[in-house]
Design a protein around this ligand. Sequence first.
Ligand code: SF4
Length: 287
Amino acid sequence: MSEKALEKAWSDHSRLWEHNIWVYPVISRRAGGLSIGINLNLDKRCSFDCAYCQVDRTIPGKKQEVDIARIEEEIETIIAAYEKNGLADFSTFKDVEEEKREIKDISLSGDGESTTVKEFPEVCKLMRKMQDKYPNHPLKLTLITNATMLGLPSVREGLKTLTEKRGEIWAKLDAGSSEWYKKINRSAVSLEKIQQNIESAVKDFPLRIQTLFCKIKDEFPSEKEIELYIARLKRIYEVSPKNLLGIQLYGVVRHTATPDVHPLEKSFLENVARKIQREIPTEVDIY
Ligand code: SF4
């Protein structure tokens, strides 16, 4: 029962929770428990257009001014429900084993790219405030990002605040070559710019790389593609071995933006993980 409940809770990443607008609780495999997610992109705008995106853009998003006070209230509502009985009053969570719904982090992860929102530095300040307000829950702070904006001074200001105490950037890098990047991330921002942004961020802040591998139509990343990808990781590692906390490899599990996207065998990810570990002494996890 509990395994089934866990699968359901993992796959249910609905941003709509009770009466909240911006904040939602989710059981996250990568966070290792309950994550409080903040979705700053109600309009669903993103600087990437990933072929594997799970955000349903056939239903248009809403334009709404970011309301910091409301976000604070919503985080507090979730923490209060968690402190009451571990969110057991809610159907998505009640059958999940208690230790698997232990609160782990506050994460900026929405229906678009959080760093494109002008209030990003203010939201980071709020997250730090929440971290200090609840010392009984040693909350991590996480920014999940496609790295397109990491070089902007206002974004760096936010990153500085976010990483002061147990904060991490989880930056997306899905390709080694521009050809594969164009097929998978479909962005106006070049892959070289993404690489530059990640390198400048890892110089100063703790960061993990997140990579999604999948098949698009019948094409999958070639051996050459993987070589180029690992060469990029090596460059990032060499900038700061200390700040590169690890690599997360993952595949597609839920409904995606295009029907052409298909999962790869787990052995593909295991093989890439082995190749990375031969080149870089860093943690590699598969999800
Ligand atoms: S970066 Fe995230 S939200 Fe944006 S298109 Fe890609 S998967 Fe979707």
